[in-house]
Design a protein around this ligand. Structure first.
Ligand code: PEP
Ligand code: MN
Length: 456
């Protein structure tokens, strides 16, 4: 007798042993869908839709990340905490891409190395939450888990997990990645244009501190021009997508078998990471992502022990494959100088060379007396500094930064050259989840990190 099939399994995926073993394991942070049959139907539909990225691109990214792990490239990963369906507009996507491209030029100069550009974009729709519910004025409803699960409005209808959102998440990711590809291949990413935007930033008197570096970049570009560099080649850039690999009813049907090799690839994005809340060694997320060929990130909070780290390496990167594993540390400015060194010391004694990336956002949250979730620019930068210091001391490579940012002029994080203060937060606070650096703050951070890289 044949085994009953998973509704979205294909004969291809059936033959990959263990790919569905996660179903037998404890799993965290999944919605409670009211209608199981509707979820299965949505996943089955997603399984028939084309992949959003191609396995060959995923392999190229792995080799790029391998260079970053060797200290020969630097990763810039940035975007919203939670993308929204309403926010997938041409202007907002363009401005986020633009911000990342501008930051990348500054970092490339500071590092004198290629910068790998990666958006938390085209799929960052599912959010882990600290509580399953939210209570307002005595009314308790399910927590908002991101637009791919439920709505943000605080009503029972909106907060109900709706499987139709899985399919909408796919289509919104598809139109986002389509525009990203157009912008980054079609002339928008021209180095000279991106640099001219940066000149505009540095010409603002508030950013006088960065004018010197902007002028140096200007000179370098004029030198390249004079020396006959082929600027046509610098009109296009590689741009990768990433999101937290969280929602299994979406990620599993987006996993496809590569016709070249027979290996499973998660083709909802080039890179996925496992969050701080779902990185249990014996949990479903670590098991599932251990079986796909994509480069995988894992967030590491301040309580991570060297033993936890080594076990994650053994599980997710048993072959010690270059570029396979990225550790994204999110320790907090006050803890990183104590919490990171023991991990780096242990790694220098181990046979593994993961890529180390700093997420200076998630360990530095605070809530103002008026109830806004925010972060201080200076603490964010202080964590990046602590990250560089720890790597300098250990002789390991500080390989990248992971930033929550937007290209819009929002007021969600405190400080920066515009001196956003607590009273200003209310002016334009738009994030449905964590506070993001705005366009100016993001560029300012890039200039400061470039100085760190140049001193490295
Ligand atoms: C995030 O990246 O938005 C997030 C939830 O991070 P972490 O898993 O590090 O808390
Ligand atoms: Mn976040």
């Amino acid at each position: 007798m044949t085994q009953p099939r998973e509704p979205f399994a294909t004969s291809d995926t059936d033959v990959v042993e263990g790919l569905d073993y996660w179903r037998t394991l404890p799993i965290k942070q999944q919605p409670s869908w009211p209608d199981a049959a509707a979820v299965e139907a949505a996943s089955a539909e997603i399984a028939t839709l084309p992949p959003l990225v191609f396995a060959g691109e995923v392999d190229t990214l792995r080799s790029r990340l391998a260079s970053a792990a060797r200290g020969e490239a630097f990763l810039l990963q940035g975007g919203d905490c939670a993308e929204t369906f309403a926010g997938a507009t041409a202007d907002q996507i363009r401005d986020r891409v633009k911000t990342i491209l501008q930051m990348a030029v500054v970092l490339t100069y500071g590092a004198s190395m290629p910068v790998i550009k990666m958006g938390r974009m085209a799929g960052q729709f599912a959010k882990p939450r600290s509580s399953d519910d939210e209570t307002r004025d005595g009314v308790t409803l399910p927590a908002y888990r991101g637009d791919i699960v439920n709505g943000y409005d605080f009503t029972p209808e909106s907060r109900r997990a709706d499987p139709a959102r899985l399919v909408k998440g796919y289509h919104t990711s598809a139109s986002t990645i389509n525009l990203i590809r157009a912008f980054t291949q079609g002339g928008f990413a021209d180095l000279r244009q991106v640099h001219s935007w940066n000149r505009g930033f540095a010409a603002n008197p508030a950013n006088a501190a960065y004018e010197h570096l902007a002028k140096e970049i200007d000179k370098a570009i004029r030198f390249m021009e004079a020396a006959g560099a082929d600027f046509d080649e610098l009109k296009r850039v590689e741009f990768y997508t990433s999101h937290e690999g969280l929602l299994m009813d979406y990620e599993r049907p987006m996993t496809r078998i590569d016709s070249r090799t027979g290996d499973p690839y998660l083709l909802s994005s080039h890179f996925v990471w496992i969050g701080e809340r779902t990185r249990d060694l014996d949990g479903a997320h670590v098991d599932f992502l251990s079986r796909v060929r994509n480069p995988i990130g894992v967030k590491l909070g301040p309580s991570t022990t060297p033993d936890d780290m080594m076990r994650l390496i053994d599980k997710l990167d048993p072959e010690r494959e270059p570029g396979r594993l990225t550790f994204i540390t999110r320790m907090g400015a006050k803890k990183i100088r104590d919490a990171l060194p023991p991990l780096l010391e242990a790694i220098t004694r181990a046979d593994a060379t993961p890529l180390w990336v700093s997420d200076p956002m998630h360990g530095n949250g605070l809530t103002t007396p008026t109830g806004y979730k925010t972060r201080r620019f200076d603490e964010i930068m202080d964590e990046v500094k602590g990250f560089f210091e720890a790597h300098r001391a250990a002789g390991t490579h500080p390989g990248g930064i992971h930033i929550e940012l937007t290209g819009d002029d929002v007021t969600e994080c405190l400080g920066g050259s515009e001196h956003i203060d607590e009273a200003t937060l209310a002016t334009r606070y738009e994030s449905l989840c964590d506070p993001r650096l705005n366009h100016m703050q993001s560029l300012e951070l890039a200039f400061l990190v470039a100085e760190e890289l140049a001193a490295n």
